[in-house]
Design a protein around this ligand. Structure first.
Ligand code: IYR
Length: 222
């Protein structure tokens, strides 16, 4: 919406109840097949596909429609090598002292460690930045609202779009993540939020066996 409060008719979609039931079930069953994958193929993905996935993320709602996000697509080999080096440096310290024993135990079923080949291998690395504030044209600071919520929703929609394209992703959280701001030369209002390799899964990729909360645990009706 522009500065003014112009309203237009909602141009949305509607379905008959029967179709609504079918579509909602089909979509759940489809999304229930999404998994985080840690081993990627280096097979390239068309630029148009990446762009469509990120445009989908950009349809997310945000506080006061400030759209407080930037999605950086990193494909350059040298830059990815550097990002991997910096990420592994932090992760090494995480796995060797910074994470508690309990945390390490909780991660055991997932087989993660500080070595992160996917940063270099996957078709693209999507580094998501949140805008803690925005600078307007005059260089004046403007506020953003509910930034974490907004960017989290956008990333969720991005993950659904990746799955819809038949690709896989991993929400990687090197911590601290500020090395990404420097490596990608982002402006001071942008803070790294998530590092998300996307692409084809490696041949024979495996994922940990897990179950999801059923509706009785997931939902409380009042
Ligand atoms: N950031 C580390 C550790 C890690 C933490 C959680 I919580 C995970 O669900 C998975 C990994 C890493 O990416 O290896």
């Amino acid at each position: 919406m522009a500065e003014s409060s112009t309203f237009i008719p909602y141009p949305g979609v509607q379905f008959e109840e029967e179709e609504m039931i079918r579509r909602s079930r089909d979509y759940y069953e489809f999304m229930n097949k999404r998994r985080s994958v840690r081993t990627f193929s280096d097979r390239p993905v068309p630029k148009e596909v990446i762009e469509n996935i990120l445009r989908t993320a950009g349809t997310a709602p945000s506080g006061a429609h400030k759209e407080p996000w930037t999605f950086c697509v990193v494909q350059d080999g040298e830059l990815r090598k550097e990002v991997r080096r910096l990420a592994e440096e932090e992760e090494y310290r995480n796995y060797n002292g910074r994470m508690s024993d309990r945390w390490l135990k909780d991660l055991e079923p997932f087989g993660t460690d500080y070595i992160k080949p996917f940063i270099e291998v996957a078709a693209a690395l999507i580094v998501v930045f949140k805008h803690s504030y925005t600078s307007d044209e005059a260089g004046k600071r403007a506020n953003n609202y509910y930034v974490n919520e907004s960017v989290g929703i956008a990333v969720g929609m991005m993950l659904a779009a990746v799955h819809n394209a038949g690709l896989v992703a991993l929400t990687h959280t090197p911590s601290p993540m500020n090395f990404l701001e420097k490596a990608l030369d982002r402006p001071p209002n942008e803070k790294a939020y998530l590092n998300i390799p996307i692409g084809y899964p490696a041949e024979g990729a495996e994922v940990p066996e897990l179950t999801r909360k059923g509706p009785d645990k997931l939902i409380k009706w009042y």
